[in-house]
Design a protein around this ligand. Structure first.
Ligand code: ADP
Ligand code: MG
Length: 698
């Protein structure tokens, strides 16, 4: 949120005591470019250093400040060497425990010295203790200066100590208090009054130095009015920015994709099924957009298995019938590859040329693909995000489809839009996601888009029967797998590890595959994980699809998009560790054909109450929107999209999920700003989004 345009000398970091060029450079890593930015660098949490607690009154679990005299100090040699010091103040004593300490520390912490300590009190073997407290020495009769406010703890970066940062911060805060720093209130007074919000200055002063009687729990949850004041402003800036983009896009030109040809008809008559009513309705929405001379910006939400790919194909055919190219981008190699196979099977017979582009292509193949894309040879292009990297130049791109959009961030989505533009305007954009997000949240996250929902599954789908079983019953599950194979069914066995490390995941899957192959000699077992080469992955998936493999052991790489309708049993290990939406996505890999499918959620150890409830939801419903809604009830909004998806919008202070109840208020404010205070729009966007507005490269 740098304010480059208004950087004056008085705003420079170098004017602060304790900030030289070196520190200033380190602060850049926190996105702090000037004094103004510092004001928006908010505390992570607070400590109460306004009291000194009598040691005799301490309880385990509290974080507090104490003072006293060292009565005894010793080094103990156990499994680990440690320094123990006993501190007493006349009301009681406490042990200070240090696992890491220097010789100097050992010398200084000797009998008779007075200390002021801050730390968390814990229960140890021999009474209460503090591990690695912060401490400072007190002279014999020195009076302690107590903080008058709660002390803020700021996010820091390597090489900038908390105390240094706090010292720098208190200088700018003093300037703010004395009105020596320029801070423009960008939410008009009328709106603040209407929504009963404090001014920016008052909010910031409070957040940086709350009074000692402030509600710490409110503050730590980001629920204090002063914090909400800032959160609302940030949400407002994002909302305005997306709405503005939407308006700007509507003024842009896009090709009319309204030519009728036989492709669509032939495609539909070759499909082995009828489109569902929901698919038809969404296609109507899309065709309506493609018939306009401004670019379509449409989001299609549809649960796993609702048939989004066919919808994408029909939109792409519209582009081709009008003489334009169409591209589809998928978030993983595996899914992109599958789309490539599908589109080839569907479109080649119609005489349409389908080109494949991924980052992993060999140089010669890549050059050939790029050449095709740059000529009219490539009509449909399928790929990963490599599609929109440097060097890829479409000659006549009419439509971009982004599949499983939630895997890409908002900024990537917007960057994409820029990439496809040419002097003829912008390509149409169709964005598809299987992650249902609550309506209010969509209001901001997708404020630049029109939305359609595929709210119906293809007929004949039988809900996946889901069971929850402890992994102590593994043998029985393995038998069930054997039984299923002998009936000609195909099976996924998903290995999950909490570690994000792909190599550990891959290792676990490999071990499992070996064990299963050994236990089930008649079963054809194969393995797929993220560490395999693209061609290997493709071979395995093809073999599975062709029915040459019975049991596919996989990591969560198969989570998005994979479609093998004959697979009808899925085993998920450590299911209790996964988010509900991820489980729902995974489970969506089965139940795609006409046979009855089952999903076994294996868990390890004993389930917490919360985990039990969450897995029960999976057992009770197959509906993605329902899963998302229940998930929200149990876990609170913070986690509903799962960790990997929290990045739908990068914000400094606001958290789209945590703060979603503020969104209607923000949307209302945005309307008022657009109508009555249009001059505030740009400055607000600049303050909060600033350079990020030049969206990150894809
Ligand atoms: P998703 O919405 O999860 O991307 P897919 O597009 O992969 O779903 O479709 C899931 C499966 O359903 C595919 O095998 C597809 O061929 C099939 N399918 C799509 N539409 C229909 C339909 N109207 N009737 C029957 N099967 C369909
Ligand atoms: Mg899909």
């Amino acid at each position: 949120m740098s304010m480059k345009s208004s950087v004056t000398d008085s705003n420079s970091l170098l004017n602060l005591k304790g900030v030289g060029p070196k520190v200033a450079e380190k602060l850049l890593r926190l996105d702090i470019h000037n004094q103004h930015d510092l004001l928006f660098h908010l505390p992570l949490r607070y400590q109460d250093r306004s009291h000194i607690y009598p040691i005799g009154s301490l309880r385990a679990g509290v974080e507090c400040q104490i003072q006293g005299e060292v009565q005894l100090s010793e080094i103990k040699y156990g499994r680990r060497r440690m320094l123990l010091a006993r501190l007493a103040d006349g009301t009681g004593f406490i042990t200070l425990r240090f696992f890491h300490f220097s010789n100097a520390q050992k010398e200084q912490l000797k009998r008779g010295v007075r200390l002021l300590c801050f730390g968390e009190v814990r229960r140890g073997k021999a009474g209460l203790e503090m591990a690695h407290p912060e401490y400072q020495f007190l002279k014999q009769n020195e009076d302690v200066v107590l903080d008058e406010n709660l002390s803020p703890i700021y996010p820091t970066t390597e090489g900038v100590h908390q105390l240094t940062l706090r010292n720098i911060m208190s200088q700018v805060i003093a300037k703010l208090r004395a009105d020596e720093i320029e801070l423009i209130n960008l939410i008009p007074k009328e709106l603040l009054a209407k929504h009963q919000l404090p001014t920016l200055k008052d909010a910031l002063l409070y957040i940086h130095h709350p009074p000692v009687d402030a509600q710490l729990d409110e503050l730590s949850e980001g629920k204090h009015l002063t914090q909400q004041r800032l959160i609302i402003e940030e949400l407002l800036a994002h909302h305005l920015s997306l709405r503005q983009l939407r308006v700007a896009m509507q003024k842009e030109k896009a090709p009319l994709l309204n030519n009728e040809d036989s492709f669509t008809k032939n495609f539909l008559s070759a499909l082995p099924f009828e489109l569902t009513g929901a698919q038809q309705k969404v296609i109507e929405d899309i065709n309506f957009d493609l018939n306009k001379s401004s670019p379509m910006q449409r989001l299609v939400q549809g649960d796993v298995g609702s048939g989004k790919t066919v919808v994408a194909a029909l939109a792409m055919l519209k582009a081709i019938e009008s003489g334009y190219q169409a591209a589809i981008m998928a978030p993983t190699e595996l899914l992109a590859e599958q789309h490539y196979q599908n589109f080839k099977n569907w479109l080649k017979p119609l005489g349409i040329n389908v080109t494949w582009l991924s980052g992993k292509l060999k140089t010669a193949a890549k050059r050939e693909a790029l050449k095709q894309i740059n000529s009219s040879e490539a009509q449909v292009v399928v790929g990963t995000h490599a599609l929109f990297q440097e060097g890829v130049e479409f000659i006549k791109l009419g439509l971009i489809v982004v599949d499983e959009q939630h895997r890409f961030g908002v900024h990537q989505r917007l960057a994409l839009r820029e990439k496809g533009s040419s002097e003829n305007g912008f390509p149409h954009q169709l964005i598809m996601t299987a992650t249902p997000i609550p309506r209010t949240l969509a209001m901001t996250a997708y404020a630049d888009l029109d939305c359609s929902v595929i709210d119906e599954l293809p007929p004949g789908r039988i809900p996946v029967e889901t069971v929850v079983i402890p992994d102590s019953k593994r043998d029985a599950i393995v038998q069930r797998v054997e039984q299923a194979c002998s009936e000609g069914r195909q099976i996924y066995w998903v290995c999950t590890l909490i570690e994000e490390s792909e190599s550990l995941q891959a290792q676990a899957a490999e071990d499992t595959a070996n064990l299963l192959a050994e236990a089930l000699p008649q079963v054809r077992v194969a393995l797929v994980h993220g560490r395999l080469k693209a061609e290997q992955k493709e071979k395995v998936m093809q073999a599975f699809k062709a029915g040459e493999v019975d049991l596919l052991v996989a990591t969560t790489v198969i989570e998005v998009g994979v479609d093998v309708p004959n697979a009808s049993l899925m085993i998920i290990e450590n299911a209790e560790r996964l988010g509900l939406s991820q489980l729902h996505q995974l489970r969506g890999r089965v139940g795609r054909g006409s046979q009855e499918s089952a999903c076994v959620l294996m868990y390890h150890g004993s389930l917490s109450e919360n985990a039990r409830q969450r897995l029960a939801i999976m057992r009770e419903t197959n509906d993605g929107f329902e899963v998302a809604r229940k998930d929200l009830e149990i876990r609170g909004p913070g986690e509903v999209l799962g960790t990997r998806q929290t990045g739908i919008m990068q914000m400094r202070i606001a958290d789209l999920q945590r703060d979603q109840e503020l969104i209607p208020q923000v949307a209302d404010m945005a309307n008022q700003v657009f109508q009555a205070f249009p001059e505030c729009v740009e400055p607000l966007i600049n303050r909060w989004i600033g350079q990020a507005k030049k969206y990150a490269a894809v």
